[in-house]
Ligand binder design. Structure first.
Ligand SMILES: C[S@@+](CC[C@H](N)C(=O)[O-])C[C@H]1O[C@@H](n2cnc3c(N)ncnc32)[C@H](O)[C@@H]1O
Length: 113
């Protein structure tokens, strides 16, 4: 992946989870403020990749290993209503939580099992 000139931080060890970890990795706090709190609290990612992806309105994003959805919600705000985000995970409980959070937060949801 070409990352020249881009800020890129990967966590070598787990600094807990949730908002503290997300901010440590580089997620902007003002965007985190707009995401479902339950998705942030379960976040256990290893890096911040959105400054590499440069997502635009109307694009389609696939998050492989989407967990309880923090990155899916984050990407959804970037691609907007004209775009779509597909979260894939093999942990049923994570998918259930992500779907519940999406419904509660008013994200448009299409469920495929
Ligand atoms: C670090 S978490 C993802 C964090 C997520 N991006 C977020 O925003 O919270 C990794 C996830 O990948 C899933 N996973 C790992 N290997 C997988 C595979 N082969 N197929 C589908 N999901 C996988 C795990 O179930 C776990 O939920």
């Amino acid at each position: 992946m070409a990352a020249k000139g881009k800020r890129f931080r990967i966590c070598r060890w787990q600094r807990g989870r949730g908002r503290r970890l997300a901010e440590h990795l580089g997620y902007p706090g003002d965007v985190l403020d707009r995401l479902p709190a339950g998705a942030i609290e379960s976040f256990a990612g290893v890096g911040y990749f959105f400054d590499l992806a440069n997502l635009n309105q109307g694009e389609t994003v696939v998050d492989m290993g989407s967990g309880s959805g923090m990155d899916v919600f984050f990407a959804a705000l970037r691609v907007g209503l004209a775009g779509s985000v597909i979260g894939i995970d093999f942990t049923v409980e994570q998918l259930k939580k992500a779907r519940r959070l999406a419904a509660e937060a008013g994200f448009l949801l299409a469920v495929k099992t």
